[in-house]
Design a protein around this ligand. Structure first.
Ligand code: TMP
Length: 212
């Protein structure tokens, strides 16, 4: 794992789980506390990766294979890691990232059936071995999440309910395998209760790292 001074926090979960709301709440909280923090998203976060995002989510790209999809997510990630994630961490900032490698394991691995060992090997190349200090996984029933997202859906959201259920099970498996890193939170809890769990954990990590 690459050494850095900052704190690397990721948010994960299936569609409509509330992670984007929570990551913004965390950014606001940290800024209010005077902690230098930045919020980025995947796929995207920097110009080239945002362009790759457009290709990935474009509903017209029906012919895209699972291998191509996996590599495009990884390409977007590689650019973000080198251009933004590592530089911000080196500056000692808290980087909040809305999705990271676990998304590929869940969506392309468990969801599409891409081999997990292959994903991890390409993942190591794309991320240069940087790993989150903590990951908040907001666990929510797939049907409920899709309902929350509404009717306008991108290429991935359009997939069948069974696909999204596999993604959720993928995340649950990751959380079970890595309990020290992944904090699983019930996505049905209120926005405030979820944030309280996140805030406590982050404040503790900041104290440990000497940020607060
Ligand atoms: P978002 O809706 O959280 O912005 O994410 C965009 C979509 O991309 C979402 O449906 C999840 C999907 N995705 C993958 O399938 N694999 C990945 O590696 C990432 C980062 C996202």
């Amino acid at each position: 794992m690459k050494r850095h001074q900052g704190l690397f926090i990721t948010f994960e979960g299936s569609e409509g789980c509330g992670k984007s709301t929570q990551s913004k709440m965390l950014l606001d909280h940290l800024e209010a506390e005077g902690v230098l923090a930045v919020l980025l998203r995947e796929p995207g976060g920097v110009k080239i990766s945002e362009k790759v995002r457009e290709i990935l989510l474009d509903k017209k790209n029906t012919a895209m294979t699972k291998e191509c999809e996996t590599l495009l997510y990884m390409a977007a990630r590689a650019q973000l890691v080198e251009e933004a994630l590592l530089p911000e961490l080196k500056k000692g900032k808290v980087v909040i990232l809305d999705r990271f490698l676990d998304s590929t394991v869940a969506y392309q691995g468990y969801g599409c059936g891409v081999d997990a060992a292959t994903i991890r090997a390409i993942g190591l190349f794309a991320t240069q071995g940087v790993q989150p200090d903590v990951t908040f996984f907001l666990d929510l029933d797939a049907a409920e999440g899709l309902r929350r997202r509404g009717s306008e859906r991108d290429r991935i959201e359009e997939r069948a309910l069974e696909y999204h259920q596999r993604v959720r099970r993928g995340y649950q498996a990751i959380a079970e395998e890595e309990p020290a890193r992944v904090v699983q939170i019930d996505g049905k809890l209120s926005k405030e209760s979820i944030f309280e769990i996140i805030r406590k954990r982050v404040d503790l990590l900041l104290r440990e790292k000497g940020h607060a």
